[in-house]
Design a protein around this ligand. Structure first.
Ligand code: ARG
Length: 566
């Protein structure tokens, strides 16, 4: 189908409005309701330019332009409203979906461009808790969106596997460690050791010196320190892997904080040479007062490197390794200051790629009713939440429909999908409350609702014994407002993917998929699909099939599976 905004811009340019294509396109609006057409062009800019009343300009232009693609072009006050030729539009959209199938909305805009997506990044030997849900799921979706648009993505789990706390872990293990116990329940045992050590160190400060000593040993590749650290890392990752598997989330590598630390000496040297480093109270810092930011500590007085130094080294090294177009960090807004400082330091170092380094923040998640009861005490483990979602979903479907054979599989897909959907429904920057009732509601704007809509479309197709799409149909009878709205939402799905990428905002796709599901249900409830008139029935079946394709593609971008029956 021709790009309709471009067509509008061509028409206006031919009419000598004196604006460029991209200016016109950025001015075009989508009217809030169908009575005002499919597109509207406001004439205020032209009014200023030509010193004329905008409504008069709108009226003049509307009467002078015409195109086969629009059945009506008309002004209402200062707006020129464009009414798309419905037949042209409906035919093009349905054909395009049926041709491209699950590639619908894909693009080659990203060809040859490398995008680094860093997300999840939990800390070794610490619980993988509910707080990690956001970075993990949002990051994965941003990756899927970029991929769909043809970018080459590199997904990195920047695990927290370095820093003084590993000195604490090693020191604690040497005092009280029990290998067998740890192997049985790694995260909790390691956490216990860590907590106990820190607590006792409050009274015996020399214990902290000991811990720092061990971290120094680790930094200097002491064999025993490295061996213990490697083991902590292996058993922790094994635990995390179970969660990633449940979520069906993958990474290209796990190059975390330790991986980058080998370039730290170079970074420090470079900062010195560029005269950015100042000595202050035994530590080396970069002063950012001029930029209204607090100073950055590069090396602590005890000579160890810091979190931010590792992040600086990482950004520089990733450029060498991947020559990235964008280096995206999906990390909570609590770390805003950290990322502002980090970007500033990269800029001051003279790296013009600093503005390709992007922090994508998000708000906090809390649990409705305080905590989720968990055998593991205070922390809410993400794994427990996911398993509970699956369990609860199973109860619900058991009460709903007896005829599903693969109930466990369905419960898994719907339960995990429900959790992901809720995570992706609101704009990422907002704080949100995790609420079981909302997550698993089959009727609200939820994952189960959309998945159910997909299954419903597939049920219609099964009932009609539909094997594949009817070819060479003309959709001249798809004319009702209800059907037209559905087709319009299928079309605007494409643009939602691009907007989601531009704004690093998965909720744009989530909302679009929800809108499509709602429009389909309206269609399903108000218009008979399986009518006697064979030709009409086939047109509607193709529309049903096209809708199922777009919903599945949209859910796929959200990392959510579909089920055929639920
Ligand atoms: N491991 C850190 C944490 O759990 C998050 C890492 C974020 N990424 C980064 N490049 N600093 O808080």
């Amino acid at each position: 189908m021709k790009d309709l905004k471009k067509e509008i811009s061509n028409l206006l340019i031919k009419n000598d409005v004196g604006l460029k294509e991209d200016e016109i396109i950025s001015l075009i609006e989508i009217p809030p309701n169908q009575e005002m057409g499919d597109f509207a062009f406001p004439c205020f800019t032209l009014a200023k330019k030509f010193r004329k009343n905008p409504a008069i300009i709108a009226k003049e232009i509307a009467s002078e332009i015409e195109s086969d693609l629009f059945e009506k072009i008309e002004n209402v006050n200062a707006y020129i409203n464009f009414y798309v030729d419905k037949k042209y539009f409906v035919n093009n959209v349905i054909n395009e979906v049926l041709e491209q199938k699950y590639n619908y909305g894909s693009s080659n805009m990203g060809q040859g461009k490398n995008i680094i997506l860093e997300y999840s990044s939990p800390n070794i030997a610490k619980p993988f808790h509910i707080g990690h849900i956001r970075t993990t799921i949002i990051g994965d979706v941003i990756k899927r969106v970029y991929k769909h648009l043809g970018y080459n993505t590199i997904a990195i789990n920047y695990i927290g596997d370095y820093g003084t706390q590993f000195g604490v872990m090693i020191a604690a293990y040497k005092l009280w460690g029990d290998k067998e116990k740890i192997n049985k329940d790694p995260i909790n045992e390691l956490l216990n050791l860590y907590v106990r050590y820190n607590k006792e160190a409050e009274e015996n400060p020399e214990m902290m010196d000991k811990a720092r000593e061990y971290f120094n040993k680790l930094e200097n590749n002491d064999a025993q320190a490295v061996e213990l650290w490697t083991w902590f890392k292996e058993i922790s990752l094994r635990e995390f892997e179970r969660v990633y598997k449940l979520l069906n989330i993958e990474f290209d590598n796990y190059n975390g904080e330790a991986y980058s630390s080998k370039w730290i000496p170079d970074v420090i040297e470079e900062l010195k040479q560029k005269e950015l480093l100042t000595y202050s109270d035994g530590a080396y810092i970069v002063d950012l007062e001029k930029y209204d930011l607090t100073p950055v500590i590069i090396i602590k007085s005890n000579n160890s490197s810091t979190y931010i130094t590792r992040d600086i080294a990482t950004a520089i090294n990733r450029m060498r390794e991947y020559n990235y177009d964008e280096n995206i960090y999906v990390v909570a807004t609590q770390q805003n200051l950290h990322f502002q400082q980090w970007k500033k330091v990269l800029e001051l170092m003279g790296y013009d790629f600093f503005d390709k380094c992007i922090h994508v923040g998000f708000g906090m998640v809390s649990m409705k009713g305080g905590t989720l009861s968990t055998r593991k005490g205070q922390v809410i483990f993400l794994e427990d939440v996911l398993n509970k979602a699956i369990e609860k979903t199973k109860e619900i479907i058991e009460n709903r429909n007896e005829e599903i054979e693969n109930k466990d599989e369905v419960a898994q897909k719907v339960g995990i999908g429900a959790v992901k959907f809720q995570e992706l429904y609101n704009s990422r920057i907002k704080d949100y409350v995790f609420d079981w009732v909302e997550v698993l509601n089959f009727d609200g704007e939820t994952g189960p609702y959309v998945q159910y809509t997909y299954a419903r479309a597939k049920a219609v197709l099964r009932k009609a014994n539909y094997k594949q799409e009817f070819k060479d149909l003309s959709y001249d009878d798809i004319t009702s407002d209800i059907e037209y709205s559905l087709v319009k939402s299928l079309e605007s799905f494409k643009d939602s993917i691009i907007r989601a990428k531009d704004k690093y905002e998965p909720s744009i796709v989530t909302r679009k998929v929800t809108e499509i599901a709602k429009n389909f249900n309206k269609f399903y409830n108000n218009i008979s699909i399986l009518v006697d008139d064979e030709n009409l029935k086939n047109q509607r079946l193709n529309l049903t099939y096209a809708t199922s394709i777009v919903i599945k593609t949209g859910l796929g971008l959200l990392g959510i599976d579909t089920v055929e029956k639920m």
